[in-house]
Design a protein around this ligand. Structure first.
Ligand SMILES: *Cc1c(COP(=O)(O)O)cnc(C)c1O
Length: 398
């Protein structure tokens, strides 16, 4: 069910209550309602990011947060997180530079991409970054040559994720390979300190972590039995945001994940967590405009709604209709009906929701404002630079 526009009201920020529905406007949404925009614009509330950081960190306890920068690298977000004591997980030289520019120190930044450019590795090493991820022999060779002596954690591939946005088999390696890589890293003069994994993005319930943690724990204990002293467990991201389906509140969720970790791993000296979506998604909302509402024939049952934002201008996560955004319009009190939602570009792949249509007001018209909720993660940097001449997503930080 979509929420109604009820005017400006403080949002329930209770960190323990389950959230099933958000009726009230967030600060970002209220800002959109009060302003005009000439192009699709992401409004991002850094205080909401800060509140979410505090809530997550409280549940994570002694685990150190390394914010996954790719979720939203806005300088204001990075600076606020530096102030709060966050560390950072970066995937490239440019992301490391952004973190340093925001005031983070090199020892607070992990280079977590398992597929790194050699020139980026060398640069990061010179800049003082000492912690790197790897999941393959050649990556260890690159690290040994260009970041000699570095600490490295081995990324494990996990099966049977229940996440809404699974990260497939692109990253990570199997159990046997992990054990080989740990031994190889030692031989190359690197310091293999631990393991990492990613449970899959938007893992809605903490209990969904259990089977994945079982797999990683089996490898962890096998490595210890083989005589490798591991001190770092990187539990990655996966912390969910509210897209309309019930999720557990952040503190409760994070505390439950840590309980499951402790149950399987005992007292690991260093645990790090890399929330991306879970930290920034709910802090943002997009101001968009309806460009056209039409039917393909007078008897067509399907109503098409075209927006001025689409797959190539910020809403890439609608791919396979995996992430289902919620919408606000000024007509939400009117009767609703199903529609196919599409972006503005002339690429026929630019359809957002068709297999599972969305319910929008029947009176929706060209020119209407539409607010896309919970858009702070994986939107601004997923916008192409003006494909088809449509402007990329603009950003306003409040
Ligand atoms: C993208 C990414 C994250 C963040 O994932 P979320 O599901 O957004 O929390 C964390 N760790 C790594 C290595 C990533 O690539």
């Amino acid at each position: 069910m979509n929420a109604h526009v009820t005017g400006l009201a403080a949002r329930d920020t209770s960190v323990f209550a389950d959230r099933t529905e958000t009726r009230q406007l967030t600060r970002a949404e209220a800002y959109i309602q009060a302003h005009e925009f000439d192009r699709p614009t992401l409004v991002l509330d850094t205080e909401a990011v800060a509140r979410q950081y505090v809530a997550l960190a409280q549940g994570l306890g002694r685990a150190q947060v390394h914010y996954a920068v790719k979720a939203n690298p806005a300088p204001e977000v990075l600076r606020r997180l530096v102030q709060l004591g966050s560390h950072f997980d970066a995937a490239s030289r440019a992301e490391i530079e952004d973190c340093l520019a925001a005031g983070a120190t090199a020892d607070q930044i992990s280079f977590g991409n398992t597929v790194k450019k050699v020139s980026d590795i060398a640069w990061a090493h010179r800049a003082g970054v000492t912690l790197f991820a790897a999941d393959a022999e050649q990556e260890l060779e690159k690290l040994a040559e260009h970041a000699p002596g570095a600490e490295v954690y081995i990324r494990i591939i996990v099966e049977a994720t229940e996440a809404d946005w699974p990260l497939s088999r692109k990253f990570g390696c199997s159990r046997d390979k992990a054990l080989e890589l740990i031994a190889m890293a030692k031989g190359l003069g690197l310091a293999p300190v631990g393991l990492s994994f990613h449970v899959g993005s938007q893992t809605r319930r903490a209990s969904m972590w259990a089977p994945v943690l079982d797999q990683v724990a089996a490898i962890w204990h096998a490595a210890r039995d083989a005589g490798h002293e591991l001190t770092l467990l990187n539990i990655g991201g996966g912390f969910p945001a509210f897209y309309g389906e019930s999720i557990e509140a952040p503190t409760l969720y994070a505390a439950e994940v840590m309980r499951l970790v402790h149950e399987r791993f005992g007292d690991v000296p260093h645990v790090m967590a890399e929330p991306g979506r879970g930290l920034v998604a709910e802090a943002g909302a997009i101001a968009a405009e309806v460009l056209l509402v039409s039917r393909k024939s007078d008897s067509d049952l399907h109503r098409w709604v075209y927006l001025d934002i689409g797959k190539f201008s910020g809403l890439a996560e609608t791919m396979d209709e995996a992430i289902r955004y919620q919408f606000l319009t000024a007509r939400d009190h009117e009767p609703r009906g199903a529609c196919i939602l599409a972006g503005p570009s002339c690429d026929s792949a630019d359809v957002l929701y068709e297999k599972r249509p969305v319910e929008l007001p029947m009176g929706l018209r060209a020119g209407d404002r539409i607010v896309i909720r919970c858009c702070g993660a994986y939107t601004s940097t997923y916008a192409s630079v003006g494909f088809n001449g449509f402007p990329p997503l603009d950003l306003v930080v409040i």
